[in-house]
Design a protein around this ligand. Structure first.
Ligand code: PHE
Length: 350
């Protein structure tokens, strides 16, 4: 019996040396302490022994059982420590590695244009004003020298809400508002960017688009001031070499009225597909504020003069970023928008 115990002790000492993992340790537990384990088996044939022998064997087997259990417990502890150590080493974080790029949204090209337009005019002393998209017929037409029944109304297919209210067809309605609200603050210098609505909807026209209006009222304002202002504006938005050309035109609320062309920024004026070989691109409507409009706004046209201009923001955005189709601006295709993550300059045509 004692020999057997010695044998177990020796074997255990040997086995312990070899164990390197929790899995092997579990096997070892079964080998010694399992139902048919070496230690358990020591007491399996006790029924034939005398009481004395049983007592002695019981004591001995208990001792060896405790000894083995303790040895295995220590072993388990050390293996667990080693495994934890290894895990910690493997999972260390290298804080010097570059981090994953965080995806950020980017400003929509349309908003960039609005901000640029605002920055330019604010730097020239203009106020940026806002006006409602749901307007009165009075502000959108009547106070702009387009009385009820005037044929010029036909040119702007209007969404009427009722006989009095409509969706503004032009930001020019902000001219009428500004004059009424700010008469005591004259001279006036303002721009009004915003959405306008018209009842046409085809490949090149959308029923909703963006415009920016400009209005200046002061003493001694002339067409030369308008030209100088728009020249600077065109250079700022479309590049230093841009030239500006005035063509006579008609708007009910300006007199004289002009259509403003800019030299084609793609071909520099030589003629290309963008400018349809003319070298010029139509950009704005403008003119000197009509005396009737001044009078309806409360100004004496003998004392006060002014100029006004209006341009489509969608076209400006498309020119600036060489966007070929107006629908890209409204369909929110992420592949289109992502291109504007890059710096502004990369997307600009210069
Ligand atoms: N409101 C005109 C349009 O929508 C543009 C314009 C504005 C013309 C101001 C002259 C003065 O076509």
């Amino acid at each position: 019996m004692k020999d057997k115990v010695n044998q177990i002790q020796e074997e255990l000492a040997n086995d312990i040396q070899k164990v390197t993992s929790s899995k092997e340790l579990a096997d070892l537990k079964v080998k010694y302490l399992g139902k048919k384990g070496l230690v358990t088996e020591l007491t399996s044939n006790m029924k034939d022994l005398s009481i004395e022998e049983k007592k002695e064997l019981g004591k001995l087997s208990n001792e060896i059982k405790n000894e083995v259990t303790e040895a295995l417990r220590k072993l388990e502890e050390s293996i667990q420590n080693k495994e934890l150590q290894k895990k910690l080493e493997q999972e260390t974080i290298d804080i010097s590695l570059p981090s994953e790029k965080i995806k950020r949204g980017s400003r929509h090209p349309f908003n960039r244009i609005i901000e640029d337009v605002e920055d330019f005019f604010v730097s020239m002393g203009y106020d940026v004003v806002d006006g409602p998209e749901l307007e009165t017929d009075e502000n959108c037409f009547q106070r702009l020298n387009v009385p009820l029944g005037h044929p010029a109304r036909d040119a702007q297919d209007t969404f009427y809400i009722d006989t009095e209210y409509l969706l503004r067809t032009q930001t020019s309605s902000a001219q009428a508002r500004t004059m009424q609200e700010n008469i005591e603050k004259t001279p006036i210098r303002m721009i009004c960017p915003g959405k306008v609505y018209r009842r046409d909807d085809d490949a090149t026209h959308s029923h909703q688009f963006g415009q920016v209006e400009g209005l200046v009222i002061d003493k001694n304002i002339s067409l030369a001031d308008l030209k100088g202002t728009l020249e600077l504006f065109a250079k700022k938005m479309l590049g230093e070499n841009t030239k500006v050309r005035f063509r006579p035109s008609f708007f009910p609320f300006t007199e004289p009225s002009v259509e403003v062309d800019v030299s084609c920024f793609k071909c520099g004026g030589k003629g290309c597909s963008l400018c349809k070989q003319t070298g010029w691109i139509e950009l704005l409507g403008a003119g000197m504020v009509h005396p009737n409009v001044l009078r309806m706004g409360g100004y004496d046209p003998k004392i006060w003069t002014g100029f006004a201009f209006g341009t489509g923001l969608d076209r400006l955005t498309m020119f600036r970023y060489a966007i070929p189709d107006i629908r890209f601006l409204y369909t929110n295709d992420i592949r289109f928008l992502e291109q504007f993550d890059r710096k502004d300059e990369e997307n600009e045509i210069k």
